[in-house]
Design a binder for this molecule. Structure first.
Ligand code: G3P
Length: 232
């Protein structure tokens, strides 16, 4: 499964790129509002950091506005994907972008049927928002399972992207459901790295190493060094 970062924060993107696990980036107007500056310049820099797909979202609600914003985004870099909200106008825009060879990510998907429509219109990425469904006591992961099943069963030329991820369990469940991509806030990416037993183990290994080295350097007594090993 591909892992994208869901952020417009360049430092977060650079950090995860250095880890070697960054497959792409998604942004939206809210994430952009958190960092400010020029959206175009941020997008160009993100596209320099990662060769993977970088989603840039249109805000117009009419077809001409969506097309004009999306075409301008697509000119910024070859890996830009135009993010278009699910709606009747959004579907038309996705279809027009597909005719022009511009890739799209259909966002704000909350049902498998919406995802099916977006795939048929030509969206390369389908973004169900699982956290926001969970927030209103619906099962977000069920939409992922249904949509992945539909895409696979009918051999649709789209990938399902689990969005609105709230915690690491969402990532595991999406992966087990065969979801093609998940886009994660930086915090969730960090939470995936962490485990208290990992941290405890690293600390213990370092302490045992240092104690043993000190004893061997001082006395040369390997048996005495072994006695200092921390019990598990
Ligand atoms: O990028 C869209 C999506 O991931 C937003 O998530 O946390 O605002 O529901 P959230």
């Amino acid at each position: 499964m591909k892992l994208f970062l869901d952020t417009a924060d360049l430092e977060e993107i650079r950090t995860v790129a250095r880890w070697g696990v960054l497959d792409g980036v998604t942004t939206n107007p809210t994430l952009y509002a958190k960092v400010g500056g020029s959206y175009e310049e941020i997008l160009q820099e993100v596209c320099r950091i990662t060769p993977g797909p970088v989603s840039a979202e249109v805000v117009a609600d009419d077809i001409d506005g969506m097309l004009s914003e999306g075409r301008a985004f697509a000119k910024l870099a070859p890996n830009i994907v135009v993010k278009v909200p699910m709606s009747e106008t959004g579907l038309e825009a996705i279809s027009r972008f597909a005719d022009e060879g511009i890739k799209t990510n259909c966002t704000l998907i909350f049902t498998a049927n919406q995802g099916l429509l977006a795939a048929k219109a030509g969206a390369s990425l389908l973004s169900p928002f699982i956290g926001r469904l969970d927030d209103i006591n619906q099962d977000g992961m069920e939409v992922i399972r249904e949509l992945v099943g539909i895409v696979e069963m009918h051999d649709l030329d789209s990938e399902v992207l689990a969005a609105s991820i709230r915690h690491p369990r969402h990532v595991t469940d999406a992966a087990l459901a065969g979801c093609h991509v998940a886009t994660l806030p930086f915090k969730v990416m960090q939470q995936m790295v962490q485990h208290p037993l990992t941290e405890k183990g690293i600390k213990t290994f370092r302490e045992d190493w240092e104690k043993a080295r000190a004893i061997i350097a001082k006395t040369g007594d390997k048996a005495k060094a072994a006695e200092t090993v921390t019990p598990r």
